[in-house]
Design a protein around this ligand. Sequence first.
Ligand code: X2X
Length: 344
Amino acid sequence: PARRRLAVLSLAAGALCVLGSGLAQAQTPAYRAEYRLSTTLGTAFPWGQAGERWIELVKEKTQGRINIKLYSGNSLVGGDQTREFTAIRQGVIDMSIGSTINWSPQIKELNLFSLPFLMPDYKAMDVLTQGEVGKELFAVLEKRDVIPLAWGENGFRELSNSKRPVATPADLKGMKFRVVGSPLYNETFTALGANPTQMSWADAQPALASGAVDGQENPLSVFVGAKLPTVGQKHLTLWHYVADPLIFVVNKNVWNSWTPADREAVKQAALQAGRENVEKARKGIAGTDNAVLKQIEAAGVTVTRLTPEQRAAFVQATRPVYDKWSRQIGADLVKKAEAAIARR
Ligand code: X2X
């Protein structure tokens, strides 16, 4: 019986060995057949196209080891873009190209880009994302278990409505605007005398079509891509009050499951897709190329460009919101951003 017991024991030990080597194998990269990439806008927009491009470049650079599927419309979080960041942390989403606005409810520092009239032009946006401020924001994301890789762009957000041309805060009085993101947006529109209401992009389009809200704010690429003039958005004001960059990220556990060489490939792919995305987001809008604006005017939309005096009235009306939120974001970070913009 003693010998039999020994035999049983050695059998058990053998089984453990087999199990053990199986575990050892599982510790070498266990790549999944497919990873989920979340975006808000789909492939009719530069944002969704950036997702497609990242996927394509990753596939190419990893020789097909990393396959990604695009889930636009924030479909992995039921269309609720303000829940996206939490879902990335939890692993419901593996990768994302997300707007700073949509993650700002969880990451207060990302409200920086939503401070009204902080960034006067594209150069100002670039010195933030490509400089010290951008690095600091990436460090904040990493502390929250999300690996940031590259910057992209949604764009400067312009104001549209179905009621009348808007050139002064007084013109906004009583108008209902759809906003998204953190309470900063509610406070900005309230300070201007408008009635803001927070809803997802998925809900915004039917709300605009039915007249439940009068207006919205989004980059011109979105205004055109979503065909907002066809749902009565006939008045556009170019006020450049805020702009939202996009950030390419990967869930930390997913990132750690890849070999260092594949991580580098995913990062380089993000940087390239990000650069191409910024270029595309500005096409027809920035500098001397105003093809998108021409298209908008051809659709019968009145385009209002603010004089410096008119712009100053919007800046002044929103200044208390700027000051309050600077403290919430972090006075040091805001000062650093202001200094970088002043030096640009
Ligand atoms: O919902 C919006 O307005 C959009 C599409 O621009 C964002 O996701 C921030």
